[in-house]
Design a protein around this ligand. Structure first.
Ligand SMILES: [Zn+2]
Ligand SMILES: [Zn+2]
Length: 175
């Protein structure tokens, strides 16, 4: 998947390669976790010859992943659509091409975009997701999902800052 023979486009800059592929990628590794992909990634983009022998791949990948809500741990389906723009230089032209730290290197007229796109997917995964804006999360004492209603735990004395505030207010009343 995502492999292109770019011999023609290197020879003729007027040629543009249209990329339109659905990837067979059931999950993506993210740190120590493996994030399931529930809607397969669809890659759409163009490969252009931008500077004689420098190719540029511009596009977007759309997919849906499944991640636990950061507060209540319920699975959430998260649609992602990271966009990207990346330059690729043929190894054979490295000596002549101007040093471009950002560019990736390919050889033998074969441009393999699979690793690049997988990495873009990884970069597009959010650190935190919420099942809904006002998710109440889990009770810190008993683990009950507070979205389903209160559990009856008394959490008031948990926060010492409230105690301070309360005594301040009492002193104020006395004045
Ligand atoms: Zn939640
Ligand atoms: Zn509780």
């Amino acid at each position: 998947m995502l492999q292109y023979n770019v011999r023609d486009i290197l020879a003729d800059p007027r040629i543009v390669i249209t990329v339109e592929e659905t990837l067979d990628l059931p999950s993506v590794s993210f740190g120590k976790e493996e994030i399931p992909i529930v809607q397969p990634p669809v890659v759409q983009g163009k490969i252009r010859n931008v500077e004689g022998n420098v190719l540029e791949f511009q596009g977007v990948v759309r997919l849906t992943v499944k991640m636990p809500c950061s507060r209540c741990m319920t699975d959430v389906e998260v649609p992602l659509s990271p966009a990207f723009s990346q330059r690729f230089i043929p190894a054979e032209a490295l000596g002549q091409a101007e040093a471009d730290e950002e560019a990736e290197v390919f050889s033998e007229y074969r441009l393999d975009l699979a690793d690049f796109v997988t990495n873009e997917i990884r970069l597009g995964i959010p650190m935190k997701v919420l099942c809904r804006e006002d998710c109440k999360g889990l009770c810190p004492k008993c683990g009950h999902d507070l979205n389903e209603g209160p559990c009856g735990c008394d959490l008031r004395e948990e926060d010492p800052r409230l105690e301070v505030l309360r005594s301040l207010l009492q002193n104020k009343d006395r004045d």
